[in-house]
Ligand binder design. Structure first.
Ligand code: ZN
Ligand code: ZN
Length: 238
């Protein structure tokens, strides 16, 4: 009823906007959309193109390449990025997936073009029970609809509950999620030999995406790229 009486509000502040699900002009201008220059492999933004060097790679991709092919992100996981992601993750603001998805479709256009199917990073069933939805699955569906690509929401399973990666170092993150994911046995034949685009909400060190990519490649997919809503910038590159 209130929607009829009041104009819709910006998704991250109280300003009135033309349509539901939009950012107002001020919030839009504060949103750190990721554009060039960036690492050509993992998509981490560079403050200046020269930071990438002649190979246009970030230090992580140069010294410790991940098993996934390329990764891209729509926006920086900064203060405004958190205003968009955290309510989607923890406060039942599922409609935010529709706000973020067009920006993911833009950032991941090349990856989407080559993808056969979108697969979200799964939650452990105990967490899914409490949250009632998987935000990565909502994003995969919303992006898939925009890009005209199919999704397979249950291709991966999380075999055990992992601790929050919040305060952990890159090495600790990798250890925490190692072997945590597997391809669902009944989905093996469906994903054999195809190109998967893995979808998640936030990428920090890439440990979760890497662990999922390992499981998918072990399960027989041809390749794995990664598309996330937000990316934690590398302080060495800013
Ligand atoms: Zn606003
Ligand atoms: Zn990189």
């Amino acid at each position: 009823m209130l929607d009829v009486l009041l104009p819709p509000q910006c998704v991250t502040c109280d300003t009135f906007v033309a349509e539901p699900g939009l950012l107002c002009a001020a919030c839009f201008s504060q949103t750190g959309f990721i554009t060039e220059p960036m690492c050509i492999r993992c998509g981490v933004p560079f403050a200046a193109a020269a930071l990438g060097g002649p190979d246009r790679l970030c230090p992580s991709c140069r010294t410790d390449p991940r098993v996934f092919g390329r990764a891209r992100a729509a926006l920086r996981y900064d203060e405004q990025g958190r205003r968009l992601i955290l309510p989607l993750k923890h406060a039942d603001r599922t409609e935010l997936a529709m706000t973020i998805a067009p920006h993911m479709a833009r950032a991941g256009a090349e990856l989407l073009h080559e993808a056969d199917v979108l697969v979200p990073v799964p939650l452990h069933r105990s967490r899914l029970f409490h949250r009632r939805y998987n935000q990565a699955a909502l994003l995969a569906q919303a992006v898939g609809r925009i890009a005209g690509r199919p999704w397979l929401l249950d291709a991966l399973v999380r075999r055990r509950a992992t601790a929050s990666l919040g305060e952990k170092s890159a090495t600790e993150r990798a250890a925490e999620v190692a072997e945590a994911f597997a391809v669902k046995p009944s989905r093996m034949s469906r994903i054999a030999g195809i190109r998967v685009l893995l979808v998640d909400d936030v990428m920090t060190s890439g440990a979760t995406a890497n662990a999922c990519a390992k499981a998918l490649l072990a399960g027989g997919v041809r390749s794995v790229d990664v598309l996330v809503a937000a990316r934690v910038p590398d302080p060495r590159l800013n």
